[in-house]
Ligand binder design. Structure first.
Ligand code: SF4
Ligand code: SF4
Length: 100
């Protein structure tokens, strides 16, 4: 992965903001359907690295998710949905996990 992409991610994390150039909606995981296999975590490209494990849930951070959507293809239970009405991530535990 190009360094520039990783640098872009670093800036997104620092500013906790989504790239306004991304046209696709971020994705969202239905926690009550997810079986915690972590396939999506492994499939998310390094330049986005948008999926974290927080308090027994697998969570997509919308600010980091381009909507590419590579995770969707690998999810065995098809529980990853577009989230056009996404809200900024307010849970500090999510950002703590992102920055680990
Ligand atoms: S849609 Fe793409 S960027 Fe977003 S979580 Fe899935 S794999 Fe990662
Ligand atoms: S691939 Fe699907 S079932 Fe597996 S952790 Fe991700 S969202 Fe959950």
């Amino acid at each position: 992965m190009a360094r520039g992409n990783l640098e872009d991610r670093r800036v997104r994390v620092e500013l906790t903001s989504r790239d306004p150039r991304w046209k696709a909606a971020p994705r969202w995981i239905a926690a009550n359907e997810c079986i915690h296999c972590n396939s999506c975590v492994r499939a998310c490209p390094e330049a986005f690295d948008a999926i974290v494990n927080v308090a027994h849930d697998v969570v997509i951070v919308p600010e980091l998710c381009s909507g590419c959507p590579k995770c969707v293809a690998v999810c065995p239970v098809d529980c990853i949905y577009p989230d056009p009405d996404w809200q900024p991530t307010s849970d500090p535990a999510v950002w703590r996990e992102v920055r680990r």
